[in-house]
Design a binder for this molecule. Structure first.
Ligand SMILES: [Mg+2]
Length: 269
């Protein structure tokens, strides 16, 4: 275990930002000991937030999923890239009645609708939001391209190539859909709200009055979770099955094999 984190800045940690897939659950299966670990963090007065690039599910669905796994949570504790996109779109609109075209799931649309914004099925639109869309097809690609050619602001939830579905299987993520729109439109997304960008951590910090070094990021992906922590100036813990291989070149402060071991990292001496 690397010990970049000194006992001094250990004391600063007031909140933990947990990645979900691969850390708290794997597909529909809770990771053994996750509920107990989260409970013991909370017992010590550490706030626990769940930070995921998942743009297909709304926060309320993730609350339900966690609650069914024996992990109590509230909407306030869940930040998804879909929710972050909704917050950003809301701030881009300000007082304007911008039309918003969405390539993504019904639940992504529901996150944006909560802000009473003007969602349209087809262009013309002033904002194009792209998330994970399991019904993505040529027609949707065409709609997105029309919006981009009209000058729509391009908001992408994340660039994840794949997402895990358990048993070592993965499916194509939001990233390939974003890439298709970028390639067709000949321009990069104007905003990418998900990891490794820091918007989701900023939302937590701003709302709860936390500083970057008071939030410990825990995740299983170096390129999304650990790079996000590094970009924001937060300490991080990499969850990995391969502690040896990860020892050499990760920028994380600590490495653990499972969430079970998290309390030992900073709650105990
Ligand atoms: Mg993960």
């Amino acid at each position: 275990m690397k010990t970049k984190m000194t006992s001094n800045n250990r004391l600063k940690i007031r909140a933990v930002a947990l990645d979900l897939d691969g850390v708290v659950y794997e597909g529909d299966h809770v990771i053994k000991g996750a509920a107990k670990t989260i409970g013991s963090l909370r017992d010590k007065g550490i706030d626990v937030y769940f930070v995921t690039n998942n743009s297909g599910k709304k926060r309320a669905s993730i609350v339900n999923k966690l609650n069914q796994m024996g992990i109590e949570s509230t909407l306030d504790q869940i930040i998804t890239s879909g929710y972050a996109a909704a917050v950003l779109v809301n701030s881009l609109c300000r007082t304007q009645q911008y039309r918003i075209c969405i390539i993504g799931s019904e639940e992504l649309a529901e996150e944006i609708i909560q802000f009473n914004r003007n969602i349209v099925d087809e262009p013309p639109a002033e904002i194009l939001v792209v998330g994970l869309d399991k019904a993505f097809n040529y027609e949707r690609l065409s709609s997105g391209l029309i919006a981009l050619r009209q000058g729509a602001i391009f908001v992408a939830c994340n660039r994840d190539r794949t997402f895990p579905v358990g048993n070592n299987h993965v499916l194509p993520g939001c990233g390939p859909i974003v890439a298709a729109l970028e390639w067709a439109g000949g321009k990069e997304a104007d905003h990418v709200v998900g990891k490794p960008n820091t918007m989701m951590l900023e939302l937590i910090a701003d709302k709860h009055g936390l500083k970057p070094d008071e939030i410990l990021v825990v995740g299983d992906s170096i390129e999304s979770d650990i790079v996000m922590a590094d970009n924001y100036g937060s300490p991080s813990v990499l969850v990995t099955n391969n502690l040896e291989a990860a020892n050499t070149d990760t920028i994380s402060d600590f490495r653990i094999s499972s969430l079970n071991h998290l309390p030992q990292v900073f709650l105990e001496d």
